[in-house]
Design a protein around this ligand. Structure first.
Ligand SMILES: Nc1ncnc2c1ncn2[C@@H]1O[C@H](COP(=O)(O)OP(=O)(O)OP(=O)(O)O)[C@@H](O)[C@H]1O
Length: 281
């Protein structure tokens, strides 16, 4: 997906919120946008999700998209189940698949008991779980998260972290905004900052990963594993570092958010896991 010369202003004579944004969003990547309040983050994410259009410039190659808006319009006269089934259908799922996916995600978020509850009666956090579910259930190739973790309890935040890792592992582009700098720390493939209407890559630390690529910070998982003889580690998302030792042992480290995906992927490729532990980056 590409943005070329994208600008947005509200009203004919309004100030430009964003100007001359050129950006390439690769598949299989996690991209973070930062910026002060009012710098245009939500404006940019709405255009990425395709629910708002640039005033100038163009956006091309947008894949199927799931979007969690900053504010979830919870005042619809529908039950959770009816709303999610409807949204699943909008995202191209069959009715049966929509019902199944909605059920699975509500279960993962621990709110399956609310499927018959009207949206307007849900607590803020439960509404947010529904908002996140509608974005995830059709396994979109572009996932746009505007402060999607806000209001979620600890377990649900972890579920969402893992869902992000899963989407990236399946080849999707995930873009997110969050005011907590520790959110998915170290997992982003690129970070950009909005300032004065312009988008700039956040200066890379000297980690050799190129402009816009964030250096690893936060907790990481360290996996010692052995693969089938002569086989390199499978392609893995999220800044995985692999060090091959003589004798066939490989040490892999990745942000903790990716630990399930990393272990699942190694097991799927017939790797033998010797040990797993968490360590600070
Ligand atoms: N629908 C709208 N009509 C008019 N102005 C708008 C609209 N939406 C956003 N703006 C203006 O665009 C600017 C950027 O807003 P936006 O919500 O994109 O910022 P943000 O970086 O997401 O802020 P925050 O961190 O507070 O969520 C602000 O000056 C805001 O007032």
């Amino acid at each position: 997906m590409r943005l070329d010369g994208v600008g947005r202003r509200y009203g004919l004579r309004g100030d430009w919120v964003l100007r001359e944004v050129d950006l390439s969003l690769p598949e299989r990547s996690l991209v973070r946008f930062e910026g002060a309040n009012g710098s245009g983050k939500s404006t940019l994410l709405r255009m990425l999700a395709g629910i708002d259009s640039p005033t100038e410039g163009r956006i091309t190659g947008r894949p199927s998209c799931g979007y969690v808006p900053e504010r979830f319009p919870a005042a619809m006269p529908l039950t959770t189940r009816a709303y999610l089934t409807h949204l699943g259908r909008v995202h191209g799922l069959s009715r049966a698949a929509a019902v199944r996916q909605a059920g699975e995600w509500l279960e993962r978020f621990g709110v399956a008991g609310y499927s018959g509850t009207p949206l307007a009666e849900l607590s803020k956090g439960t509404s947010q779980k529904v908002a996140v579910t509608q974005a995830l259930m059709a396994r979109p190739n572009l996932l746009v998260l505007d402060e999607a973790w806000t209001g979620l309890d600890h377990d649900a935040r972890t579920v969402l972290d893992h869902a992000v890792a899963e989407r990236v592992a399946e080849g999707a582009t995930v873009v997110f905004v969050d005011h907590d700098p520790r959110r998915l720390a170290g997992a982003s493939d690129a970070t950009y900052r909005l300032d004065g209407g312009r988008l700039q890559p956040v200066a890379a630390k000297e980690d050799g990963r190129g402009p816009g690529r964030a250096a690893g910070t936060g907790m990481r998982v360290r996996v010692v594993a052995e693969g089938p003889p002569g086989e390199p580690p499978p392609e893995l998302p999220g800044a995985v570092v692999a060090e091959q030792l003589p004798g066939g042992t490989t040490i892999l480290t990745a942000p903790v958010a990716y630990s399930d995906v990393l272990l699942g992927s190694l097991l799927e490729h017939s790797w033998y896991i010797r040990s797993v532990r968490e360590e600070s980056a």
